[in-house]
Design a protein around this ligand. Structure first.
Ligand SMILES: *Cc1c(COP(=O)(O)O)cnc(C)c1O
Length: 365
């Protein structure tokens, strides 16, 4: 039988190596038939939350909620943390989506924007007066730009009164986020956790929760079933307001446990090592040009490469070898490739991908 493909796509991406084992165990144990109000589910909920707290270093007084997607998390955050003014650091399509979402809820969503391929240094840290929530994207999956590690801490230090929301969808868990530098941190599971789509996690600080309760008391619209106060009331019982994706919450817990066993420091070092391997190759090959010029902004989890003569042939060639890479985002569809480097991608797979990229380079150009 043909070896199955390895998905280097940026989301959904390659499932985590132990996914199959845990899925089969879940089916065997009949997890999908469990009631979401049963004690058995409470245990699953609490185990998953506690493993996430460990691997992501989430403080005890921060809340952990389950939502359906990262896009939903943006909506819930805007509704629960902003009465009038949000502020957005835009360096690509996903940070733009956050700003558009805030606008759609009638907020004054001011922003600072840089050209695609550029990012924000600490020199850009500036938040207009009256801003209730500053929104940043740790890793812009559309362009391969990541925030410098000190950005969040510096933002918090200079604007201690402003709430900070950070999208970590394509950086977690391979890149560390200091949870205490932010008030809302969110991700969906189909990227760095190597699970099927349909589940997201939202981490909420006590201050963000207070803000949500304050807005609710003032009768502002903070949402219905997924308003922060309701999510919190259910989470305290080990539940979610609606019927959640029980199977996915179970699998996320199992994969988080596996990651804990390996050790987050090791996973993060491997992430750097694999990224470095690809970056140093692309840096020396004239047919491949890194889209992000400034090394400081280069993402270790999403590599974006301009391909001489277009990306279509290359994408097809790699697919023929069993490596599925992402096309460029929107207008870059036919010129870029995007390569995900998540914990699911083994060093061996990355090395094989590099070998094929090199063969393609000699063969096509
Ligand atoms: C994929 C992605 C999203 C959207 O995630 P969904 O789960 O599809 O809502 C948001 N932000 C970033 C940075 C992403 O990469």
């Amino acid at each position: 039988m043909k070896r199955s493909n390895v998905y280097f796509t940026v989301g959904p991406s390659q499932v985590f190596p132990s996914y199959k084992k845990h899925l089969l165990n879940a089916v065997e144990a009949n997890i999908p038939s469990l009631s979401h109000r049963s004690d058995a589910f409470h245990t699953i909920f609490n185990d998953t939350v506690s493993s996430l707290r460990e691997i992501l270093t989430i403080p005890k007084d921060y809340h952990v909620f389950f939502l359906s997607s990262a896009t939903e998390a943006m909506e819930r955050i805007v509704q629960n943390c902003v009465s009038k003014k949000s502020y957005h650091y835009i360096d690509g399509a996903f940070s733009r989506l956050f700003q558009i979402t805030a606008q759609a809820y009638g907020k004054q969503a001011a922003f600072m924007e840089v050209r695609p391929g550029l990012g924000f240094t600490n020199d850009y840290i500036r938040v207009p007066r009256g801003t209730e929530l500053a929104c940043v994207t740790q890793n812009e999956t559309s362009t391969g730009v990541s925030l410098p590690p000190s950005f969040l801490g510096e933002l918090k230090r200079r604007y201690p009164k402003t709430l900070v929301a950070v999208d970590v969808v394509s950086s977690v868990p391979g890149v560390k986020t200091n949870i205490t530098d932010a008030d809302c941190v969110f991700f969906s599971v189909q990227k760095g956790f190597g699970l099927p789509a349909g589940l997201a996690v939202l981490i909420v600080s006590p201050r963000a929760m207070e803000k949500a309760q304050y807005l609710e008391k003032k009768h502002e619209i903070v949402g219905g079933f997924h308003r922060f106060s309701n999510l919190s009331a259910y989470a305290q019982k080990g539940e979610v307001p609606e019927t959640p994706n029980v199977l996915s919450i179970y699998l996320l817990g199992k994969i988080a446990e596996d990651m804990k066993r390996t050790g987050m420091q090791i996973i993060r070092e491997q992430t750097k090592e694999k990224a470095q391997l690809l970056y140093s190759y692309f840096d020396t090959n004239k047919n491949y040009t890194l889209f992000v010029k400034d090394g400081m902004f280069r993402s270790n989890t999403t590599l974006v490469v301009e391909v001489a003569g277009g990306s279509e042939k290359l994408v097809k060639y790699l697919a023929g070898k069993g490596f599925i890479v992402g096309r460029g985002y929107k207008e870059h569809k036919n010129t870029h490739i995007r390569i995900a480097n998540f914990p699911s991608h083994t060093l061996e797979d990355v090395k094989s991908l590099k070998t094929e990229l090199d063969k393609a380079s000699q063969y096509f150009y």
